[in-house]
Ligand binder design. Structure first.
Ligand code: ATP
Length: 539
């Protein structure tokens, strides 16, 4: 369909203006009002020089303003660059200048971080917002206190810094909604990815890409007759998984969004009881954290039809336990930023296979090709190789990185860097990431297989296997293990468990017990961080 991504909001606002678009604390906003705010903010941004194609950074947790700002940026004809609010300094110093952003919309609490780096970032304008702004009118003393604190924290560090208040930009009635300036193929998002495995690159995602992915999701849900009414906004909107699945999609069907600014498992269970979601998208570590809660089994899961897990492998053991308790199945899917992001899902209506990422989305072609030769001729079913993809949701390329674009987008196919297998019935299974493969004593080992075995142990809460460089063996395998609360386990017991279930060369040499594992905000275990720690130790 030849529409732009802000049409998700516009259409719903026209068809269902009174539907509640947002619930945040005790505030409710309907679709007409959400659109009004986005258009007023778009006008203010235009009035301050933002033009078609400019990149505008949005550095906010999940808040109502995040949604308003995102649509405002699109309506202004600009490109949204969603920035992780917990970005490290070096990531900001890389991404913001790389994208040549001139404007940032940022939470007051994060402003000092940006202000301190101001001269290195190349920004010209900052729009600062605070949590009380979300509430419209600060009524209680707490909100007033926060406002007062905000005023104090928004200091201007250098000459030439233009600091504006979000609240002020929302004043007035002038609205900007110049639909005609936006061809379908314009960029909508510049989305940085790759931090888990290397230097991060900006994926150029067009309006057409976002619209395609939402249309695909809608088609799948429509086919099984599920009408989502309430969407918990737990997955971060600054990641494209959360943005597409928990923002663009629900807005396009007129559902109610309940953004949660931080992930607090207790609060999430409370929201499940209060809001009764039908679909609950998440990621493995998110479900795991919920399952650890005392109240997990006592939560009212009766409204729940489907959970959808993506972004990292979901240990089969967790899938089973989750279903036992809630009665709802977690359906695994797959995607990557380069594909806006979803490309695979286990069929909601049809047969689902455990441990599989399911079938390709409508209009999406997927193949498993030779890992070195590169395809695009497919390998036979059952053979391991690299997963490649083609479809309307695949990005245009990496921003200013012709070489990386050329090696990732080849002959119209997206090379994912993931190792996969397709079975006879066309179901796909992710084996591992190419980059995570461990080379030990001449063998290739996929760490994910070891992780799965460790997860099956009744005393283990989380585990991850990593290849550590070794002088003679290439790499040796080390397992990092987090135990369930109150449990004890010795190294030799972990090894004995692995020996029972794994070929000898896959059994870890080393085991380290940890209180937790380093993760990204969408809950991916940072294997690379663990590996680097080990390499530092080695000197
Ligand atoms: P970063 O998260 O640091 O930006 P990333 O490389 O993880 O970098 P994403 O686009 O967030 O980039 O994630 C895509 C990757 O996540 C896929 O290439 C794949 O390795 C992994 N992934 C996604 N879904 C699944 C799944 N269901 N099972 C296994 N792996 C998955």
């Amino acid at each position: 369909e030849n529409i732009s991504a802000f049409a998700f909001l516009d259409r719903t606002a026209e068809e269902k203006p009174d539907n509640i678009a947002l619930i945040f604390k005790n505030v409710r906003l309907n679709y007409a009002e959400l659109r009004r705010r986005a258009e007023v903010l778009a006008h203010s941004l235009r009035a301050r020089g933002v033009r078609r194609g400019d990149r505008v950074a949005i550095m906010l947790p999940n808040l109502p303003q995040t949604i308003v700002a995102y649509f405002a940026v699109l309506k202004a004809g600009a490109v949204a660059m969603m920035v992780n609010p917990l970005s490290m300094e070096h990531e900001l110093r890389h991404q913001i200048p790389d994208a040549q952003c001139k404007t940032i919309i940022v939470l007051d609490l994060l402003w000092p971080k940006i202000a301190a780096l101001w001269e290195q970032l190349g920004l010209e304008t900052a729009v600062v917002t605070s949590i009380p702004d979300a509430l419209g009118f600060p009524l209680n003393w707490l909100a007033r206190f926060k406002l007062w604190r905000e005023k104090r924290s928004v200091t201007v560090p250098y000459d030439g810094v233009r600091v504006l208040r979000y609240k002020d930009l929302l004043r007035g009635n002038e609205r900007y909604s110049e639909k005609s300036i936006l061809p379908h193929s314009d960029l909508a998002l510049l989305q940085y990815t790759g931090g888990t495995t290397g230097v991060s690159k900006g994926c150029m995602i067009s309006h057409a890409n976002l619209v395609a992915n939402v249309t695909q999701i809608r088609a799948i849900l429509h086919a099984v007759g599920v009408k989502p009414e309430v969407f918990l906004g737990i997955l971060p909107y600054f990641h494209v998984y959360g943005l597409t699945v928990c923002l663009n999609f629900p807005i396009s069907v007129g559902a109610t969004l309940a953004p949660l600014a931080r992930f607090d498992p207790k609060e999430v269970l409370g929201e499940v009881n209060r809001l009764k979601p039908t679909i609950f998208p998440g990621a493995p570590s998110l479900y795991l954290a919920l399952m650890q809660q005392k109240d997990f089994a006592r939560t009212d899961w009766s409204s729940l039809r489907y959970c959808v897990s993506g972004s990292a492998p979901m240990p089969v053991e967790l899938l089973r336990r989750f279903k036992e308790i809630t009665g709802a199945e977690i359906v695994e899917g797959y995607g990557l930023t380069e594909a806006s992001p979803v490309t695979h899902l286990n069929p909601l209506g049809g047969r689902r296979k455990e441990g599989s990422i399911g079938l390709p989305f409508p209009d999406t072609e997927a193949r498993v090709v030779d890992m070195v030769g590169g395809g695009p001729e497919p390998l036979l079913p059952g053979k391991e190789g690299e997963l490649i993809l083609r479809g309307p949701q695949v990005m245009k390329g990496y921003w200013n990185r012709a070489d990386e674009t050329a090696s990732t987008l080849r002959n119209g196919w997206l090379y994912t860097g993931d190792i996969a297998v397709m079975d006879e019935e066309g179901y796909f299974f992710i084996v591992d990431r190419k980059k995570d493969m461990i080379l030990t004593g001449g063998y290739n080992v996929y760490p994910r297989e070891i992780d799965e075995v460790l997860y099956e142990h009744p005393k283990i809460k989380e585990a991850v296997a990593v290849g550590i460089p070794h002088r003679t063996r290439g790499e040796v395998i080390k397992a990092f293990v987090v135990l369930k609360e109150g449990e004890e386990l010795a190294r030799h017991e972990v090894l004995a468990w692995c020996r029972q279930k794994l070929a000898a060369y896959k059994v870890p040499r080393e085991v380290e017990f940890r209180a937790e594992l380093p993760k990204t905000l969408v809950g991916k275990v940072l294997r690379r961080a663990l590996r680097e720690e080990e390499m530092k130790k080695e000197g």
